[in-house]
Ligand binder design. Structure first.
Ligand SMILES: *Cc1c(COP(=O)(O)O)cnc(C)c1O
Length: 379
């Protein structure tokens, strides 16, 4: 089955008992057992048919063994890190989501897990960070907000040579654009609040595992920790995912046109977009991705005020988050990355003038016109 067909017919896609083409929302907390222990479902934290439908769909889309749905991307990530114990060492990409960094720095370090932060574009830096007690490599590609690309295949090969788990947060790409498990990764995680949900109307997280052993471990933790996705949200997420292919093609096409436009704008100093042929990660992006995603970051020339630029936009919406139908724009230094001390942020390459744009699926002519009128007012 091709990807767009999988989105609609993959996993459990209809109601077996009635033939309804939309999976029902099963609001039950518990299920009648015909004999003690003889039941497909027992209790909705351990398993719920509506949640199972979306879990089976994401497992199919990522070509994994099993899928798991959580109350948020952060809940999914916390559950993954619960695989590890005190004394375990994990290598983490230096550009990971702020909430992931916060989880590591303020929660997981207290449990006795240890971490080394590296630029995962640099294979030798990863190699050097490996210790006797290293158990996993955790990374994002493309990263936020500079959209840097790491070589998933090379990193998972390195991980396996050293008996480490490789884990990729695939939120910025979505399985339409990138399939980490096909490139050798063991665990994929998504904030489904972004492209997978797609409509800025839900918070959810998804995990996909490769292999039975790892799947059993995550299944155990999902039930033990209990940060599951509720039935209503599971249904809404599956409904959103059905149009992922349609949306990603529209997102990516709009992003390409906006990139071409920004290149001609003399008030723009620098553009970060893996689709840029001059981007150092372009060749790698082309190799491991199906398109270049729809996130673009750019810096205004020094002295131009990004806040003024954003406040003059009429359609493109000032908001955190990404992957929505609406184009969303933000200033990382003041918003998503505001908690990082300025000197560290600048050393990571996130300048005060940087703007991050999640390109939506509005008519491209309106988006370009909106950008143009705001550039024209900028002095
Ligand atoms: C938003 C996001 C998360 C966290 O997901 P929530 O659903 O907000 O908890 C994790 N990783 C990335 C890359 C994200 O963009």
């Amino acid at each position: 089955m091709k990807f767009d067909t999988q989105l609609i017919h993959g996993g459990i896609s209809l109601d077996q008992s009635t033939g309804a083409v939309s999976v029902p929302i099963h609001m039950a907390s518990t299920f009648k057992q015909t004999k003690i222990g003889e039941a497909k479902y027992e209790y909705s934290r351990s398993g719920n048919p509506t949640r199972e439908a979306v879990e089976s769909l994401i497992a199919d889309l990522e070509n994994g063994t099993a899928g798991f749905a959580f109350a948020s991307g952060s809940a999914a990530i916390s559950t993954i890190f619960s695989l590890f114990s005190s004394g375990d060492h994990i290598i983490v990409g230096n550009d990971v989501y702020g909430g992931t960094f916060r989880l590591i720095d303020n929660v997981l370090k207290r449990t006795g897990q240890t971490f080394t932060i590296v630029d995962t574009r640099d294979l030798s830096a990863i190699q050097e960070a490996i210790q006797d007690n290293t158990v996993a490599i955790y990374l994002e590609t493309p990263t936020n907000p500079l959209l840097r690309i790491s070589d998933i295949k090379a990193i998972s090969e390195l991980a396996h040579r050293h008996n480490l788990l490789s884990i990729v947060d695939n939120t910025f790409a979505s399985p339409y654009v990138q399939k980490p498990i096909d490139l050798g990764v063991d665990i994929v995680v998504h904030s489904a609040s972004k492209y997978l949900g797609g409509h800025s109307d839900l918070i959810a997280g998804l995990v996909v595992t490769k292999g039975e052993e790892l799947s059993e471990k995550i299944k155990f933790l999902q039930n033990a920790i209990g940060a599951i996705l509720a039935p209503q949200e599971s249904w809404l997420l599956q409904r959103g995912m059905k149009t992922l292919g349609l949306r990603m093609r529209a997102h990516q096409s709009n992003a390409q046109t906006i990139f071409d436009y920004l290149k001609t704008q003399d008030k723009v100093a620098k553009i970060y977009f893996p689709g840029d042929p001059d981007n150092p990660d372009h060749a790698l992006a082309k190799q491991q991705m199906n398109g270049f995603g729809a996130m673009i970051s750019f810096e205004l020339k020094v002295g131009l005020d990004p806040e003024q630029f954003i406040s003059n936009l009429k359609i493109i919406t000032l908001a955190e988050s990404l992957g929505a139908l609406e184009s969303l724009i933000e200033i990382p230094a003041k918003m998503t990355h505001g908690a990082i001390p300025r000197n560290i942020r600048i050393s990571h390459g996130i300048q005060d003038e940087l703007i991050r744009l999640s390109v939506g699926v509005e008519d491209i002519a309106d988006l370009i016109e909106d950008l143009e009128q705001s550039f024209n007012q900028l002095k």
